[in-house]
Every structure is written in C-alpha cells, then in structure tokens.
Design a protein around this ligand. Structure first.
Ligand SMILES: Nc1ncnc2c1ncn2[C@@H]1O[C@H](COP(=O)(O)OP(=O)(O)OP(=O)(O)O)[C@@H](O)[C@H]1O
Ligand SMILES: [Mg+2]
Length: 269
C-alpha cells in the first residue's frame, strides 16, 4: 500500500481535482484506491457525489478520538466506481487545529489510523487542505510520498518553497524514510509564455520528480460541479487523458521502485 498526500497550502491549485481523478484513473487500471478527504471544505467528498453534511462521522472523529474507540474501517464509503472508496470530511473538522492541540502525538494520528486499515488498498490518496497546519502535517507524517500540486502561474513557486521547508523538517525527524516530493503542474496553458516559464522552473526545481502537466480543461471543472469524477463525466476529454497518463506514470514509479529502489520517475512524454 502506498500512501500519497496531495498537497499545497496555496488554495485552488487543483489538489482536490487531482486526488479524485487520479484515484478514479488508478481504480480504472485495477487498483483498489481509498481517498481520505482531509479538508474541512469536504470538496473531495462532494466531487465524488456525496453531500458532506450527510455524514455524522468523518475522518475528524478518528483524529480526535483520544480513547481510540472509533474504527477507521467503519468510516469507509464505497463510491460505486469499482475499486474506489472514500473517507469523507465536512466542516466539523474546521476546528481540528484547536481540538487536536492537546492530544498526545497529535501529528501522528492519521499515520496510526491508516496502519489499522484492514482492506488491502493499493493506494491511499490524501486530499490536503490549503494550509500547513495540523491536518497537513498529519498527512505528511502518514505519507510515503507527497505530490505538490503547482499551478503554472506566476508566484507558484513561492508557496512551494514553504512546503519544502516543512517537508525537510519532517524528513529530519524520520531519516529512515525520506520524503522527496514530486511536483504535478496543473491548469497548464501551453499557449501562454508565463505558463511555459513557470513549467520550466518547476521542472528545474524538482527534476527528475516532475510529472507531465495537467492542462487547463473546462470538463474537469464541470465534472466537479456535477459531483462526478472525470471518467464518469467525460472519459474521452483531454482532462481524462491527462489524468490517465498521470495514473500510468505513478504505477511506473512504484514498479521502478521495486526494481531500482526509491525515487525514480520515468515518463512517456
Ligand atoms: N486542469 C484544470 N482545468 C480547469 N479547471 C480546473 C483544473 N483543475 C482544477 N480546476 C478547477 O479549479 C478550481 C480549484 O480546483 P481544486 O478545487 O481542485 O483546487 P484545490 O487546490 O483543491 O483548492 P483548495 O485549496 O480550496 O482545496 C475548481 O473549480 C476546479 O474545478
Ligand atoms: Mg481542495
């Protein structure tokens, strides 16, 4: 099982879109995939067609459960797409920074909960909130890898440098299993010079750990509005092609890891 945090404290860069559609594409290729919605906005939950307010118990209850009575396995919801599962979130999690502040090992609660998953998932994708506070730190400690989602827009790399520092601190505390982040450029517009310039800068900074970009595609936006992942909404659009390619690249990363050790990325294009 690989646990991947999809992160950037900058808002609106495509984290949730990536979590949901990457998960759907991995499931299409035969993987068993669990999405953990770790954002009080509950956007991954609604993108998958659920109403976040319908859930009495969410990942928040597991994180705050100091007596360990709540079983993470009981919170898993089947999506309906073969191989795709969700642990939802809703606004009840908004106070997590405060409510978790007094808990023992508050930054490790998600990691410990994930260890208790009984179903043999191939991937757990964590949709992080746009912050670098307790919830995202929990995701970073739980994750085998972090994908930093970066919009190919001016100033995008400023935020990335801050995540880098945070990950470096976490790395220092678990040197046995370093996080070397991957970058995923999103909402790329290959016609504009600024997008191209930022893409080059991302490639340079993360080389060779940059995935091929996800292009701007209005179908991706529409799909989220309709509560559908892109393979349900329009499986032949350019956005679906981009996320299928990402899924393929990720499977290749972990295949290579088995043969050649960690931290190798190779892609078709
Ligand atoms: N490649 C894309 N092309 C067009 N629109 C996109 C693309 N990716 C994301 N969007 C749209 O951009 C908006 C922000 O995307 P998303 O919600 O995935 O970002 P986020 O980083 O999760 O935001 P937040 O920080 O609020 O959690 C949404 O309306 C989404 O539909
Ligand atoms: Mg989001």
């Amino acid at each position: 099982m690989k646990v991947i945090a999809i992160a950037n404290h900058k808002g609106g860069v495509g984290k949730t879109t990536t979590t949901v559609n990457l998960a759907a594409c991995l499931a299409e290729k035969g993987s068993e995939v669990l999405i953990i919605d770790l954002d009080p906005q509950g956007n991954a939950t609604s993108h998958l067609g659920f109403n976040p307010n319908d859930f009495e118990e969410t990942i928040n209850d597991v994180l705050n459960d100091s007596s360990n009575k709540i079983d993470i396995n009981d919170l898993i919801v089947e999506h309906g797409t073969k191989g795709l599962y969700l642990i939802p979130a809703n606004l009840a999690m908004s106070r997590a920074d405060l409510s978790m502040s007094g808990l023992i090992e508050k930054d490790h609660r998600l990691r410990k909960a994930i260890k208790k998953l009984r179903k043999g998932f191939d991937f757990v994708l964590i949709d992080c909130p746009p912050s670098l506070a307790t919830l995202s730190i929990n995701a970073f400690f739980a994750a085998d890898d972090v994908i930093i989602v970066v919009q190919t827009q001016p100033m995008a790399l400023d935020a990335v440098n801050m995540i880098d520092e945070t990950l470096f601190e976490i790395y220092s505390s678990r040197p046995d299993f370093p996080i070397v982040p991957y970058a995923l450029p999103t909402m790329h517009d290959k016609l504009t010079t600024v997008s191209k310039t930022v893409l080059n800068a991302i490639n340079e900074k993360f080389n060779p750990n940059t995935f091929s970009p996800i292009h701007n595609n209005v179908k991706l936006k529409e799909a989220s509005g309709y509560g559908k992942h892109i393979l349900e909404y329009d499986p032949v659009c350019a956005g679906a092609t981009d996320y299928r390619r990402l899924a393929k690249d990720i499977l290749k990363v972990y295949d290579n890891e088995k043969n050649e050790g960690r931290r190798y990325i190779s892609r078709d294009s």
